[in-house]
Design a protein around this ligand. Structure first.
Ligand SMILES: [Zn+2]
Length: 157
């Protein structure tokens, strides 16, 4: 009887464990994207004039993918944990870079599209309220990096 119970218990563990284990991508810490941001920024020769902005995952409202806020003059970034868990590498990067664009470089939202290399694309990673589609972000990644870190030169080919 005890054996049967143990077997049932082990089976139950087997059955639930796949849903307990986080998927592979979930394990990539947000610091990977934060580090990537500062490495890119350095590549563009931009000085690190202030200390690194803390970035953390948080249970934000579903309508809020990320937020940059300031408490007593200290900036913080929070990334929507639920979105992050299911997001692709590119989406995570775009979101972290966007929020650090606000919090680290004081960039404001800019709307609009531009005609670039034969496509109408979202003008900037700093656009409001949503993600650039994955195709655009991947194909024009260099442009978006230029635009974020060196906007004077972004449109020169
Ligand atoms: Zn924003």
């Amino acid at each position: 009887m005890i054996f049967a119970f143990t077997m049932a218990f082990m089976l139950a563990i087997e059955l639930i464990s796949p849903s307990i284990k986080p998927p592979e991508v979930y394990l990539t810490p947000v610091s990977v994207y934060v580090d990537r941001y500062y490495v890119k920024k350095k590549e563009y020769g931009l000085p690190s004039t202030r200390s690194r902005v803390p970035v953390s995952l948080a249970p934000l409202s579903p309508v809020l993918l990320g937020v940059c806020y300031s408490v007593l003059g200290l900036h913080n970034v929070e990334i929507n944990q639920r979105f992050y868990e299911s997001a692709s590498d590119g989406e995570r990067e775009e979101l972290v870079f966007h929020e650090l664009g606000h919090c680290d470089m004081d960039r404001a939202h800019v709307e609009g599209s531009i005609y670039y290399k034969g496509f109408w694309i979202t003008k900037t990673i700093m656009h409001c309220c949503g993600m650039i589609n994955g195709f655009e972000y991947e194909r024009f990644h260099d442009y978006y990096m230029d635009e974020l870190f060196d906007d004077k030169h972004a449109l020169k080919e």
